[in-house]
Design a protein around this ligand. Sequence first.
Ligand code: ADP
Ligand code: MG
Length: 348
Amino acid sequence: MSNPTIGIIGGGQLGSMLSSAAKNLNIKTVIISDDKDAPGQFFADEFIYCKYDDNLKIEEFCSKVDFVTFEFENIPYSTLSKINNIKKVNPKPAINKIIQNRLSEKNFLNKNNIRTTSYISVKNENELKSSQDFIPGILKTCILGYDGKGQYKINNEKELDDLKINFENHYILEKLVKLKKEISIIITRFNDQKYEIYEPIENKHEDQILKFSKIPAEIDKKIYNQSKDWAMSIAEELKYVGTLCVEFFIDRNDNLYVNEIAPRVHNSGHLTINAYNVSQFENHVRAVCGLEQIPLKKISNATMVNLIGDQITNYRKFPKFKDNEFFFDYLKKEIKEKRKMGHITTLV
Ligand code: ADP
Ligand code: MG
């Protein structure tokens, strides 16, 4: 095959960065998105705007590409499997189905002897009011949550009694972990037992949104090894192809828990663009398109700070950066509160 074309579902910043990585490999990109202002259109070779149930547009998309991937996990399973019948989708839609739902995701992890927070399924008012054992906790929608959306922190029994929830959605209630630290592992699986794995990344969240990441993570050897082992067994168990992120909690007694799995490239891995010979985005494109696997080498330690909402404004006006600082503007049309607008990676 001459150089393949990769189709990317979703046109946010992750789709943009995947497109840039593909371009460096001489691979063409077609982005399909249900947002006509999606910034990915400025980075891809071609952009298709449609709703994800528009069969004609989806067929047009499939006819233009050789391989398909996605930049966010909440694509309807029916859409993904329809596409997969025409062009190969990686990660496989069946994996997405497990991970899209917090309950099946956590059940999958526990079945594989990987520790998660304690949790209980909550489908109605009665189940919620009788779940005192999980307080203090966080109630989360099973599907369609991100950046803390669809989450309710419940500090005590009074708050539990007072909470009014619309039970159209299925929820889980997770016991609150007394956090010491959060870390993530980014891993790209190419094939059976064939991986490239980045070192653990330390993350800080503000208002449940990632604010800051750095390598190296300040963690002990046991957690370093355990997090890598768990990430590898998750990727292997899922027979995953592409880049995957596993988010972890470390509690005050140094217990490690998997918080969640993102079946895609991840915000905490943005620093890999500048800190490694091959970024998480390039590795994803390589794995999905069946290209050569290149051994990872770290070039530098790094920090990454997210620019959220109008934090980007000054950097746009006065783009003055040192040689070791790398500014990324996602070119989103509108600045909104809590919206990720860009980031800065600093090599240290
Ligand atoms: P999202 O899908 O929105 O990223 P997460 O489940 O990862 O949702 O939660 C976002 C952040 O909220 C986490 O990174 C963590 O900082 C905090 N958080 C979520 N669940 C818990 C928990 N059970 N205990 C302590 N902190 C939590
Ligand atoms: Mg998360």
